[in-house]
Design a protein around this ligand. Structure first.
Ligand code: FES
Length: 116
């Protein structure tokens, strides 16, 4: 496990509880929940076209397209996509839930580091 420093100051989470950063061309959602940082792959596995950029209840990421929900603490899908007409959802073959999660820590300089 190797933590990589990213150009995001932990201090920005004094004013917000989540942010999406791009690491190696992949969107990663970072949340600060109960004083701890968590990170999760931000690509929605349903069709792979949504970026999980909305957060509710401090740690539940919501896809803006069909409202599938994922727990950033575990990567688990906690609510299915809402599609009409109702039918079994097809998921992107490369992005099956649970989504990948990453450990996050703060460097001595105050930058976030992600175990990615
Ligand atoms: S693309 Fe995210 S729920 Fe459909």
């Amino acid at each position: 496990m190797v933590f990589r420093k990213i150009s995001v100051m932990a201090k920005i989470f004094d004013a917000r509880d989540h942010a999406v950063v791009i690491i190696d061309n992949t969107p990663v959602l970072i949340v600060k929940h109960n004083g701890e940082f968590y990170a999760m792959d931000a690509r929605c596995p349903h069709m792979g076209c949504g970026v999980l950029s909305d957060v509710e209840d401090g740690h539940i990421a919501v896809c803006p397209l069909h409202k599938a929900k994922f727990d950033v603490l575990t990567g688990d899908m906690v609510s299915q996509p809402i599609v009409m007409p109702e039918r079994k959802c097809e998921f992107n073959k490369e992005l099956q839930p649970p989504l990948k999660t990453y450990r996050v820590r703060v460097s001595p300089e105050g930058l976030l580091e992600i175990d990615i």
